[in-house]
Design a protein around this ligand. Structure first.
Ligand SMILES: *Cc1c(COP(=O)(O)O)cnc(C)c1O
Length: 373
C-alpha cells in the first residue's frame, strides 16, 4: 500500500497561530484609532523596510504590481520605450511595463539560477531601450553586479522586481537596494506577506521616492491640490499593522526556509534532478524551492497521489503568453526559459513545514526514482 500524508504546497495557518494574539491586537488598535489610510503604521513600516533593505526611502503602495508600475513610471518610462526583462517570471513583471505603453523585451535566463542571464542582455539593447527589470526569482537575486555594469554603460535605469525576495542578499547588499528602485509584494503567500494585497518601492533617490508618493495618491502633495495625474495605490493601515508584527519574525522565517532547503539539498542528492543553487555571495531566501526533472509531469502526478502538494512556476514563459503574441515570438526563441518551464516543479516550502513532512516529501521523490532508502 502506498503511504499517504497530506502535505500542502503552502500553509499559512501555523504561522498565524503563532502570532494571532499580536496580530489581533495590532488590528484592533487600527480600528480603535479609525485612521485607515497613510497614517502611523504605514509610516513606521516604510521606515523599517527602508532601513532593513539599506535604502534611504520606502514608499508603500497597494500591490507588488503597482510597485513595479509606479517605479517605472517615476523613472520616466513611457509609451514607445523598451524595457529588458526576463520571460521566466510572474506576468506582473512584464505587464507593469506594458501598462505604461512601453514594450517588454525578453532576454533568456540562466539554466541554474532561473534569473536573467546578463550575457544575453546587450544583444537586445536598442535606441529605444530605457531600463532593465531583473527579477529575483524564487528568493535568489539576479546577478546584479553584471546587470548594473551593463545598465551604467548604456545609461539605463534598473528596477528590481524583489516581490519574492524580501531579505535576500546579493554580494553583501539586500534585494531592493541595488538598482534605482526595488519593488516588493506583500501578497499573502510571498515570503513577507500580509493579510491581503500590498507592496512597497525602495529607493535611495529622493526624487524617485517623492514622485512615487505623489503618483500613489492622485498626484497630490497637499489635500485637494494636484500637481499631476496619479492613481490611487496606497497601503492600508490594517495591512501595515499586520506587516509590522510579521516584520519582527521575517529573518527567523527566512532562516527556517533556508533550513528546509538545506535538507532538500542533502536528501535529494544523487537523484537525476537539478536542485536550486545559489552562487557564492548570494543569500537565497527560498520563497520557492524548485527542482528541474525531465519527467516532471509524471513526478507531479506521483507526488500528488501521495498527498504531497507541488506547483509549477511557471508553465508558460511570458513571450509565449496570449497577450504577448503581438511581439511576434515563436517557440524556440528563448530556449532556456522554454525548457525550464517544461521541467520545473516547486516543492512544499514554508517556514513551519515540519520535519516529518519534509522527510515524507523527500522519501516520496526517492520512491519515484526507485531510490527509496
Ligand atoms: C507576486 C509578484 C508580483 C506582483 O505582486 P502582487 O502583489 O501580487 O501584485 C510581481 N512580480 C513577481 C515576481 C511576483 O512574484
Amino acid at each position: 500500500m502506498v503511504s499517504i500524508m497530506k502535505i500542502p504546497f503552502i500553509s499559512l495557518k501555523e504561522q498565524h497561530r503563532a502570532i494571532r494574539v499580536e496580530v489581533r491586537d495590532a488590528v484592533s488598535r487600527v480600528f480603535d484609532s479609525q485612521q485607515f489610510i497613510l497614517k502611523d503604521s504605514v509610516a513606521e513600516l516604510e521606515a523599517k523596510v527602508a532601513r532593513f533593505t539599506g535604502t534611504k526611502y520606502a514608499v508603500s503602495v497597494a500591490s507588488g504590481s503597482d510597485a513595479l508600475y509606479l517605479a517605472l513610471w517615476a523613472l520616466g518610462i513611457k509609451a514607445g520605450d523598451e524595457v529588458l526583462t526576463t520571460p521566466f517570471t510572474f506576468f506582473a513583471s512584464a505587464s507593469a511595463i506594458s501598462r505604461l505603453g512601453a514594450k517588454p523585451v525578453f532576454a533568456d535566463i540562466d539554466p541554474c539560477t532561473f534569473n536573467l542571464d546578463p550575457s544575453k542582455l546587450e544583444d537586445k539593447i536598442s535606441r529605444k531601450t530605457k531600463a532593465i527589470l531583473p527579477v529575483h526569482l524564487f528568493g535568489l537575486c539576479c546577478d546584479m553586479s553584471r546587470v548594473m555594469k551593463i545598465a551604467r554603460k548604456h545609461g539605463l535605469a534598473v528596477v528590481e522586481d524583489a516581490a519574492q525576495a524580501f531579505g535576500s542578499e546579493c554580494q553583501g547588499r539586500r534585494a531592493g537596494s541595488i538598482g534605482d528602485a526595488g519593488c516588493f509584494s506583500f501578497y499573502p503567500t510571498k515570503n513577507f506577506g500580509g493579510a491581503g494585497d500590498g507592496g512597497m518601492v525602495t529607493t535611495s533617490s529622493r526624487e524617485t521616492a517623492e514622485k512615487i508618493r505623489l503618483l500613489r495618491d492622485h498626484g497630490s502633495s497637499k489635500k485637494y491640490h494636484h500637481d499631476l495625474i496619479g492613481i490611487n495605490s496606497r497601503l492600508d493601515e490594517i495591512q501595515a499593522a499586520v506587516l509590522l508584527v510579521k516584520f519582527k519574525h521575517i529573518q527567523k522565517w527566512n532562516r527556517k526556509r533556508e533550513g528546509h532547503a538545506r535538507f532538500y539539498d542533502r536528501e535529494l542528492r544523487g537523484l537525476p534532478l537539478q536542485r536550486p543553487s545559489a552562487p557564492a555571495g548570494f543569500e537565497h531566501t527560498y520563497h520557492l524551492y524548485s527542482i528541474l526533472a525531465d519527467d516532471r509531469d509524471a513526478l507531479k502526478v506521483f507526488l500528488e497521489k501521495r498527498g504531497v502538494g507541488v506547483a509549477i512556476h511557471y508553465p508558460l514563459p511570458l513571450h509565449l503568453q496570449a497577450w504577448y503574441k503581438e511581439l511576434g515570438h515563436r517557440k524556440g526563441d528563448l530556449p532556456v526559459s522554454e525548457s525550464v518551464s517544461k521541467r520545473i516543479l516547486s516543492l512544499p516550502m514554508y517556514p513551519e513545514l515540519s520535519a516529518r513532512s519534509r522527510a515524507f516529501v523527500v522519501s516520496s521523490i526517492r520512491a519515484f526514482y526507485g531510490k527509496a532508502r
